[in-house]
Each structure stands twice: as structure tokens, then as C-alpha cells.
Design a protein around this ligand. Structure first.
Ligand code: ADE
Length: 230
């Protein structure tokens, strides 16, 4: 069983690579993939670069070229739900693309052609996360994550995404990974730690908290791997 762990930015995978027993770097499709060993687990780790296109390419490559049979995403997100503060963790129950718009043809916002608005993540992986959180005394929120090719730093856009999709957090990769994994029938899981609140201060907060929040998420993923090894 090979497990893929992906992030979007170097900061999101560096804390994972540091914890590996060993890894080998393979270049493919203008990106770097790390074939890693963590105790008895075989992993493929990569950061996609930002946005839905790169994320879909990386997820597809991890599955089709490197043979990943499960995929875990680790990274940061902007909070929509006011209960989510910087550094808090959220697991996506389901994900949607807030910038996908074919409403001109009578479809709802976010509707994926021949698909649906939302893609659901794997319930077993989510349960493992809940068990890890419970044992470690960590608060883990579950909710809807909205994805788009936009860094949201605008209260009006944030409010629209909140109302339209009932979303709790937003980022720029998760839903495209979800569509890829759903199409290829690979169980997937998206974990994010909050780096900002997608408001006027988002750019500053993101730069300030990216590294720390990315590590919070990565550390939780390592705890999930430890649980899978039990
Ligand atoms: N990832 C983290 N914060 C974000 C934001 N405000 N917009 C989009 N993606 C993000």
C-alpha cells in the first residue's frame, strides 16, 4: 500500500520530509516527487505548486505514475467559519470549486460538468483523524472546504462563498484533488490548518502564519501515519 501525501507549497511538505526515515527525489513533469519510507509505510510526497491545475496534475501523477492507493493532503487555508482561528485544524467532509461557473446553462454555482457541486472525502480516513485528535486532545473541526484559483482577501467574496456553499474554509487545491481522486477511485483526505481569515489582512497573516500552520497540519498527518502503523 503506497500512500501519497501532498501539499501545495514547500512549507507544507518540508516538515513531513524531515520526519521520514529516508527518501529519494524523482523529477517528473517539471516537479519533484519524494519516494519516502516511514517505518513500514511506503509514501510518495510532493508539493504541487499553487492552484487547481497543478494540484490535479500532481494528484494524478502520484496515483497513475507512482501507484498511490490513498491520498492525504496537508496544508493551510483561509477561515470562513468565525469559530476557526489561526492554527486551528479543519478536515474537509466535502469540497467544492467556488470559481466554477456554468450558471448560464442552468446549473448551480460550482457544478462540475457530468458530476456534482460537492465531492465527499473518505469517511475511514476522517475517522482515523478523529481518533488521533481525541487521543491527543486536539480540537479538529470537520466542514466544507471551497477551492478556487484565487487568493481570497476580500470580505465580500468570502461572504459570497460562505452563503453559496455553506463553506467553513477556503483554499486553492483541495477540490481539484477531490475530483481526481473520485474519478480514479482513490480514497482521499484533505486537512488544513488556518493561516488567515480571507479578509483584508489575509495577505499579511498568510505570510506571517504559513510556516507555523503548515507544520501544525504536517504534524497531525504524521500522527495519522503513526496510527495507521499500529
Ligand atoms: N490558503 C490560505 N489562505 C487562503 C486564502 N485567503 N485564499 C485562498 N487560499 C488560501
Amino acid at each position: 500500500m503506497k500512500i501519497a501525501i501532498m501539499g501545495a507549497m514547500p512549507e507544507e511538505i518540508e516538515p513531513l520530509l524531515e520526519r521520514m526515515d529516508s527518501y529519494e527525489k524523482v523529477e517528473y513533469a517539471k516537479n519533484s516527487y519524494y519516494l519516502a519510507k516511514y517505518h513500514e509505510l511506503e509514501l510518495v510526497i510532493a508539493y504541487s505548486k499553487i492552484g487547481k491545475v497543478f494540484a490535479a496534475l500532481t494528484a494524478s501523477t502520484m496515483i497513475e505514475k507512482f501507484g498511490a492507493q490513498k491520498l492525504l493532503f496537508s496544508g493551510v487555508a483561509g477561515a470562513i467559519n468565525p469559530a476557526l482561528k489561526i492554527g486551528d485544524l479543519i478536515v474537509a467532509t466535502r469540497l467544492c470549486q467556488h470559481d466554477l461557473d456554468i450558471t448560464a446553462f442552468g446549473h448551480p454555482y460550482g457544478y462540475v460538468p457530468e458530476g456534482s457541486v460537492f465531492v465527499e472525502s473518505d469517511a475511514t480516513l476522517r475517522q482515523i483523524a478523529k481518533d488521533v485528535a481525541k487521543d491527543a486532545g486536539i480540537t479538529l473541526r470537520e466542514g466544507i472546504i471551497a477551492t478556487g484559483d484565487q487568493f481570497v482577501a476580500d470580505p465580500d467574496r468570502k461572504a459570497w462563498i460562505a452563503e453559496t456553499f455553506d463553506a467553513d474554509a477556503l483554499e486553492m487545491e483541495g477540490a481539484s484533488v477531490a475530483v481526481v481522486c473520485d474519478s480514479l477511485e482513490v480514497p482521499f483526505f484533505v486537512l488544513r490548518a488556518i493561516s488567515d481569515s480571507a479578509d483584508m489582512d489575509a495577505g499579511f497573516d498568510f505570510d506571517t502564519f504559513l510556516e507555523n500552520s503548515a507544520k501544525v497540519s504536517a504534524d497531525f498527518i504524521i500522527a495519522m501515519l503513526d496510527r495507521l502503523l499500529r
